[in-house]
Design a protein around this ligand. Structure first.
Ligand code: ADP
Ligand code: MG
Length: 246
């Protein structure tokens, strides 16, 4: 479980996260939505301490990582996370096998001789077969996404973070990524956190949705409840999202 308490993150001259509290339960698919520039990526980066918050707590399975300076604690907690960042490109000069196995070397003690088997398993989970020896340039956009995801889950994280997983993708690939996120949760019981400006995606796949606005979660709820929100910002965002869908 991840418990976030009174999280605050500033950038020079600006408070981007202004006192967020939330509990992300094991097995959940928790989405954070909001327009561009509201601090969604900042939020997700705080969760793995790529950014250090000003104050507050981020308790991951009992360990507060918000302000710890213990590299040991940080490394241990980070190992429980996999992430798929929008810019999370594959290494062009490495094969699919080398790309997917990349994290195994740093994050696990698994012997190298087991890599091919593990890579094959993870590729199968994302629906790919016999691509280990290809280079990224030989893959379609959709296949690259699958390989990136296989790489993220190679070390079997407990949590997966997805930052704008469908942004810039065509509708078919978007649908595929959506299915993959749902699949990872159901097949591997991964607790998932998705940040996206795509409200419709969030409402379709999440157990709970939070809207980030003005540095705060102005609404948190199950999709059905979220749709009924009386919050002004939520209603406005739903209206815009509905219009852009047509
Ligand atoms: P989102 O992911 O919701 O689009 P971000 O978390 O990327 O939003 O950014 C939130 C705000 O913080 C934006 O105004 C952005 O310009 C600013 N910001 C993000 N990263 C930095 C940084 N490293 N330094 C200064 N400002 C930043
Ligand atoms: Mg972002």
């Amino acid at each position: 479980m991840i418990e976030i308490k009174d999280l605050v993150k500033n950038f020079p001259g600006r408070r981007v996260i202004d006192g967020i509290s939330a509990e992300i339960r094991d097995g959940e698919l928790f989405s954070v939505i909001g327009p561009s520039g509201t601090g969604k990526s900042t939020f997700i980066k705080c969760l793995i301490r790529l950014l250090r918050p000003e104050s507050g707590q981020i308790i991951v399975d009992g360990q507060d990582i918000a302000s710890t300076s213990s590299e040991f604690t940080l490394a241990k907690v980070r190992r429980s996370f996999g992430y798929l960042f929008q810019e999370g490109a594959l290494f062009d000069s490495l094969t699919v096998l080398e790309n997917v196995a990349f994290g195994l070397k740093y994050l696990t003690d698994i012997p190298k001789s087991d890599y091919p088997r593990i890579v094959r398993e993870k590729l199968a989970l994302v629906g790919l077969k016999d691509v280990e020896h290809l280079k990224p340039a030989e893959l379609s956009v959709g296949m690259k996404k699958r390989v990136s995801l296989a790489r993220s889950i190679a070390a079997e994280p407990k949590y997966m973070l997805y930052d704008e997983p469908t942004t810039g993708l065509d509708p078919v690939t978007t649908g595929m990524v959506k299915e993959l996120i749902i699949d990872m949760r159901s097949k591997l019981n991964i607790t998932s956190i998705v940040v996206t400006h795509d409200l419709n995606l969030a409402l379709e796949i999440s157990s709970r949705v939070a809207m980030l606005y003005g540095g705060k979660f102005v609404e948190v709820g199950e999709p059905a409840q979220f749709r009924q929100s009386e919050n002004h910002e939520v209603k406005e965002f739903m209206e815009i999202s509905h219009l852009s869908r047509k």
